[in-house]
Design a protein around this ligand. Structure first.
Ligand code: HXC
Ligand code: NAP
Length: 286
């Protein structure tokens, strides 16, 4: 649960974190700051960003630039990049973390509800990627993308279908651009987190009785949720030059959760030692 990288590992790097005022974006941003990076945090709510920036600067002594932007709007993203360059001189990395999500039977969704998640997650991420990538290519600068997806980007998941479609698209974009833009010295990687408690995710995905019925803890082989610092360690590494040879990778950090649901016989976890003893005796009799 401690910071992992050497002090100063991100010194002189400027990183933009979308959705950086709350939840995981804020936690990852805090560690990037502790490692010496300059940060721009962006999302729709400027008052949330300003408060987070103030607190993060007090906590770390680093530089945080809060600027509002709806990532569905390309011109607003171009403005974030321009303003960040004016403040810090350049941009070195983009952490595409912002997202929108909620649970619902798919047949209950209006087409606008489906669109809203696709627009934030897939269009928003592709907008930021295109704007930052074009800028780096034009200026002949190196860059790093780190995209936050989910494990259901490859398994799919009922009840969060717009999110699953959008995250799958982000994963495809990550792998595609890892190849196409490597020649420009631009790397693209992704992280697929399992459950890491945040207010934003919990109130939308595990509200009230859903949390009791689903009990996500029961699905996680290591028996606990992720700690934000564990995710921050991985994100900082993938943002840093230490991971210079990692490109096009998606790293799962979920305590084994998605594989637990995938293995045919993993459900045998419920068989007690006494039952195993009995099964062994039955086998021995034959
Ligand atoms: C069904 C819903 C809905 C819900 C909204 N809508 N919430 N439909 N069930 N729970 C519908 C609305 O009725 C409307 O359609 C359309 O969606 C747009 O809704 P608005 O409220 O106007 O949208 P907006 O204010 O822009 O809010 C966007 C949002 C909201 C996505 C709905 O939840 C949000 O701001 N989210 C940002 C943060 C977030 O989602 N964080 C969690 C990420 S967690 P109509 O037809 O009525 O106009 C995550 C983790 C995954 O991704 C993995 C966990 C293990
Ligand atoms: P969160 O705190 O709700 O973060 C979502 C952020 O996205 C918010 O800061 C929000 O800020 C921003 N955002 C939403 N719509 C936006 C838009 N149109 N333009 C710009 N910013 C927008 O939830 P979180 O749990 O930390 O999630 C962060 C990331 O981790 C997401 O990609 C999520 O899918 C992923 N993830 C989380 C978990 C988990 O267990 N927590 C698991 C797997 C993956 P505004 O409302 O101010 O715009």
């Amino acid at each position: 649960m401690n910071g992992m990288l050497k002090e100063g590992s991100l010194k002189d790097k400027t990183i933009i974190v979308t959705g950086g005022g709350t939840g995981l974006g804020r936690s990852m941003g805090k560690y990037l700051l502790e490692l010496g990076a300059n940060l721009t945090i962006t999302s729709r709510k400027i008052e949330v960003l300003e408060q987070a920036a103030k607190e993060l600067m007090e906590e770390t002594g680093g530089q945080v630039f809060p600027i509002a932007c709806d990532i569905r709007n390309y011109a607003e993203i171009e403005n974030v990049i321009r303003e960040t360059e004016t403040k810090y001189g350049k941009v070195d990395g983009v952490l595409n973390n912002a997202a929108g999500n909620f649970i619902s039977p798919t047949e209950r969704l209006s087409h606008r509800a489906f669109d809203i998640v696709i627009d934030i997650v897939l269009r928003g991420t592709s907008n930021f990627t295109l704007a930052a990538g074009k800028n780096w290519i034009e200026k002949k600068q190196a860059g790093v993308f780190l995209n936050i997806v989910t494990t259901y980007a490859w398994t799919g998941s009922g009840y969060v279908v717009p999110s699953a479609c959008a995250k799958a698209g982000v994963l495809a974009m990550t792998r595609s651009l890892a190849v196409e833009w490597a020649k420009y010295n631009i790397r693209s990687n992704a992280i697929a987190p399992g459950p890491f408690p945040t207010e934003g995710a919990w109130k939308r995905l595990f509200p009230g009785e859903v949390a009791e019925q689903l009990d996500p803890l029961k699905r996680i082989p290591v028996g606990r949720y992720g700690d934000h610092q564990e995710l921050a360690n991985l994100a900082a590494y993938l943002m840093s030059d230490y991971s210079a040879y990692i490109n096009g990778e998606v790293v799962t950090i979920d305590g084994g959760e998605w594989l637990q649901g995938a293995g045919e016989f993993n459900g045998l976890e419920m068989i007690t030692q006494d039952m195993w003893d009995m099964l062994e005796k039955m086998r021995a009799k034959k």
